[in-house]
Design a protein around this ligand. Sequence first.
Ligand SMILES: *Cc1c(COP(=O)(O)O)cnc(C)c1O
Length: 715
Amino acid sequence: MVQQKSLYEKLREMSQNFWWSWQPEVTNLFRQIDPVRWTQLGHNPVLLLDEYTPEKLEKLANVSVLHSRINLAYRMWQEYMESDQTWGATHTGILGRRPVAYFSAEFGIHESLPIYSGGLGVLAGDHLKSASDLGVPLVGIGLFYDEGYFSQHIDLDGWQQESYTRTLASKLPLHPVVDAKGNRLQVSVTTRTGKIHAQIWRVNVGRTTLFLLDTDVTDNSAEDRELTSRLYGGDQRTRIRQEIMLGIGGVKALNAMGIFPNVIHMNEGHSAFAPLEVIRIRMKEDGLTFDAALRETSSSGVFTTHTPVPAGHDRFHSALLEEHVGPLADEIGLNHNSLMGMGRVDPQNPNEPFCMTVLAFKLSRYTNAVSSLHGFVSRRMWASLWPWRSEEEIPIGHITNGVHVPTWLAAQMRVLYDRVLPNNWFLRTGEPEVWAGFEQVTPGELWETHDALKSRLIAYARTRIARQAERRGESAETIAQMSGALDPRALTIGFARRFAPYKRADLILRDLELFAELMSDASQPIQFLFAGKAHPADDQGKQIIQRIYKLTQEPRFKGKIVLLEDYDINLGRHLVQGVDVWLNNPRRPLEASGTSGQKVVLNGGLNCSILDGWWAEAYDGSNGFGIGSGRTHVDQDVQDTRDGENLYKVLHEEVIPLYYTRDRDDLPQEWIKRMKRAVRTLGWRFNADRMVMDYASTMYVPAAGGLSCNLKQLL
Ligand SMILES: *Cc1c(COP(=O)(O)O)cnc(C)c1O
């Protein structure tokens, strides 16, 4: 007879796969083992279980009656891992044993693995999770930053301070990749000035695997051991060295593990060196000429561009490129000028630096922007790469971003979904019919569920605000005051994202007196929650933080405007699940998509947003609020003023009155209608299952040599 696994072993096993993080039941199980330690340990079940022996855990399970819950969770997990009746099994068979290799500089899977800075990373994490749920054969490739991005503190002057802490791989669900003899597998990338080595970690994300390269190995110089320690840290040289490791090292790592991908998907240009390494391998192993290898490699290349902001595109000078990619270029027979030409819009222009985005475009058969509007912007922005084509013919399509529903949907809200949507709704989130059922939710029930989530957010925010004030060294009186901040009855508006200047966190403050007036009506209270990090080198972003911080200290705004430090996935989850309104006011059209508002939709919050990114195609007049009409002005200052006025107008004339118009039961009926309409009209479109299905049908499958699914249906 097979020996039954102990409860401890079952929990251990589940803690080693991030699947647990998108199962509310399993997450709660870990939390329940010791709620206080759970919080202190940063929601990391590996660390939590380190504090237990099998015997101690068995005892606890007896006291807390956890046996059946652990067994049930384990059974669910096994069923999930073994199921082969998936969407992918029917639609992506051609990928077979040669998966899609999905390259990204950041992955936001869970707060306990801090190797992301913002939306790009969280999107990559959601992509892996949906690929897992759908059964699409895909592996992720990234870097292991053992010091992450950074932790943020705001000092007494309102200035952002960054701190870094090292996370040991052994304290995370990271497994070293070893060779047949059990030795750590290593890959190396050759530069003109020496080799850089890396080891590989395996991270299990449901049925999907993420491989992370890590240069902290003894074969490297002290400097190179630090190469992958921080995300987006260092200078241009650090950047290109990280990028050769991600792209070239990534392909080498896959091959060393016996993984020969059918498709290379570059999530943003950071990994654009990857196809060059594939070309080298095809020439060497299969004897192809450079031209043939180039043709074949790029025919299986997929590239997603993510930003129209110029600083978001890596550019390198000739000497840096030569030092780092010269040896590879030699091997594939490219002289320096030809190599530079691959990263230039005009290959012959000696003044043009080498651009990773350009390289990615040139080496991909399928390229896309991340929203419909971003598609237009990108075709215009990159038109000069295809000078013989008209703008509509520029081969950049779009697949709008989406979010992973089980990750972002609150457990309490999920109960409502389970009640009114079809039984297996979570397996069919891309179908509009499935979401239509949300109309049946009774208004009172929806409102109360939302209200409970909002209360939870406020309680959570209060503890964080008090803790921040304490750390900052504020007086006991202020700290006590802070822990009573925020009013659970007030209209609660959230704004959280990276503090990149184009996102204009301070737009609402453009006319401060008007804003103060809006905030002073005691019969219709409003409050704002802000959160977000500025890049360590971005002083402009830090000034915006400082401006908001100073307002939080003014008596007229105290307790009504709060700034929550150290935005991460955990804080994000609380915010998107609890706010009434999610504010998004980027400078159009610079927000390529944005995804945080999509998380809010799932939980019944309403978006109030500039018609940019995903919202430009999502807003229908009654599923949230639109700021302005989508007009832009060449003068940035004029545009900011105009947008500021429109923001004020929509708050004053639409948002606030609608929220405070209540029936006899104190329900804002018209508001609730919008909440329902938002879930019904947006849920099915802006989720990651739909997104990954789109990538699979229109890019992965055809890039792998099959017909596109759409075409197959036509034939
Ligand atoms: C979703 C998310 C983002 C993306 O927010 P945008 O509004 O799309 O910029 C950034 N950071 C975290 C932690 C998130 O969860």
